[in-house]
Design a protein around this ligand. Sequence first.
Ligand code: SDX
Length: 432
Amino acid sequence: MSDTAKRSAKLTIDDQSIDLPIYSPTAGPDVLDIRKLYSQAGVFTYDPGFTSTASCDSTITFIDGIKGELLHRGYPIDQLAENSHYLEVCYLLMYGELPTAAELEDFEFRVTHHTMVHEQMMNFFRGFRRDAHPMAIMTGVIGAMSAFYPDSTDVNDPWQREVASIRMIAKMPTIAAMAYKYTIGQPFVYPRNDLDYASNFLSMCFAVPCEDYEVNPVLARAMDRIFTLHADHEQNASTSTVRLASSSGANPFACIAAGVACLWGPAHGGANQACLEMLQEIGTVDRIPEFIARAKDKDDPFRLMGFGHRVYKNFDPRAKVMKQSADEVLELLGVDNNPILQVAKELEKAALADPYFAEKKLFPNVDFYSGIILEAMGFPTSMFTPIFALSRTVGWVSQWKEMIADPQNKIGRPRQLYLGETSRNYTDIETR
Ligand code: SDX
């Protein structure tokens, strides 16, 4: 971190003043260094939900929420979605630069040759009911991975950190596909080294032993693009969960399992499933005003899923790419007259024209269109968040590696504004 503060802020509380250093980033808002606030002034800051708090410094991803810009190591997401592919973006996020041809070939070889999982992990799946949500299975199986791969759990060994990172990126699609196959009662399909990352995932999900499976290259491209669009996103809730879990020195598999669990929530990665279910509930364009009214009603807990964002106060650039991809995929599949897509487009138009959403700067986010594509590709809604989780694994892993290597790394331990009882004496039950 650049500890060279060029200026500072003076904080005066009662008759005491302290200087708080201000650091300037390469992009985004300045930060106020409050690390000495409690020791010097005896007060905490108060920021539930961390709306104004930088938890770390990072060089991986930057979001300009006003402009609606998302950069991975400085490269705009729309350029990466158009010109790159997921494993190349993984290399960029992990190592900081776009790879040469030789570097990319080596990276893809290493990932490809780690896609199988320990054969005994299959027994672990069989402990779940068939109707278990795939995210429940993934949270359990990923948390158990440290028991199957104990040789890459020492976070103080850079080589083991590298092996764990490659294993996570390589094995998440296999585990997600196994969770899907298990819930539909079909046999697991092994990964194939002759297929690219996205094609391999489609094969593990949709191939059956009774016939050859041919991957549709357009669907594979769309799948790869969805992986890229979900790869990383600064210090979102699940990434912050992974960082907090790893700050205690927990093994990488346990930390990623914590991230998967956090992502599952409907306010976060679970929104893609909730959004498609909302669009299905709306059903027809004529019911849109009813749901817009509900979303605006303070007494109704209903919110437009796939809308709004803590950081974006403009279009989420990923949503723009996703919307274009939805048109392409549905046209290819001959379902471009899909009523749900029409409802989504009309809902977006109605919401953006409504002062409530305009004033609160609520725009479609990454989850608004992704479910439409995934459903058209043949995935059930329960697989939407697992696909988000496997895509985001590289972001979690990259941020985890950055944090572990940071000499400032220490256990995360927030304080609180305590409003409970002050000290009082125990009373016997007879006297209560
Ligand atoms: C992801 O952080 C990330 O980067 C996440 C993510 C990533 O890649 O990691 O981008 C992925 O999680 C995208 C977001 C997916 N979630 C949803 O689509 C669920 C619906 N959206 C909302 O729940 C909400 O917008 C959040 C959770 C996304 C953001 O919540 P904030 O930042 O805490 O905003 P807020 O709840 O304070 O909302 C501000 C105002 C409120 O009204 P007031 O209290 O000021 O009157 O806007 C309203 C909210 O009621 N509002 C909505 C709304 N979202 C916010 N009203 C109706 N519908 C919505 N969707």
